[in-house]
Ligand binder design. Structure first.
Ligand SMILES: Cc1cc2nc3c(=O)[nH]c(=O)nc-3n(C[C@H](O)[C@H](O)[C@H](O)COP(=O)(O)O)c2cc1C
Length: 106
């Protein structure tokens, strides 16, 4: 998981143009470790692409939460995937369509 790698390695997020940040929905919001993650790192000027798994809450407003935690980042529309369906063909298609729709190469 990117976030854990960044916590273990001394990485400067601002050296990246775009980062994908994924997490499971916990108690209707981002897991507490993600709060620590956003407290620890400054994503100013970085494009954050959020995605999450869930068991019914979808994104639960967490993309807005990330915008609040990282007000100087550009937070794109995320993708909420139902937990347990991550490997299904439908989800693969959904992910491909979502990534292509982000138009990151333009
Ligand atoms: C402590 C805890 C709290 C959770 N709270 C929510 C929640 O509020 N809304 C929701 O849709 N799913 C909730 N879930 C379900 C997880 O989001 C779901 O199991 C996870 O996204 C599936 O990903 P995984 O296979 O990586 O665990 C919760 C799960 C745990 C363990």
């Amino acid at each position: 998981m990117i976030s854990l790698q960044m916590m273990l390695l001394d990485v400067d997020p601002t050296s990246y143009k775009t980062v994908f940040i994924g997490y499971p929905m916990w108690w209707y919001t981002i897991p507490m470790v993600m709060e620590t993650f956003f407290d620890t790192y400054d994503f100013s000027g970085v494009t954050i692409v959020p995605f999450n798994t869930h068991a019914g809450s979808r994104d639960g407003g967490t993309y807005e939460t990330i915008k609040e935690r990282e007000p100087n980042a550009i937070v794109l529309d995320g993708l909420a995937v139902s937990g347990g369906n991550e490997g299904s063909e439908d989800t693969k298609t959904e992910i491909i369509d979502w990534v292509n729709g982000l138009k990151l190469n333009e």
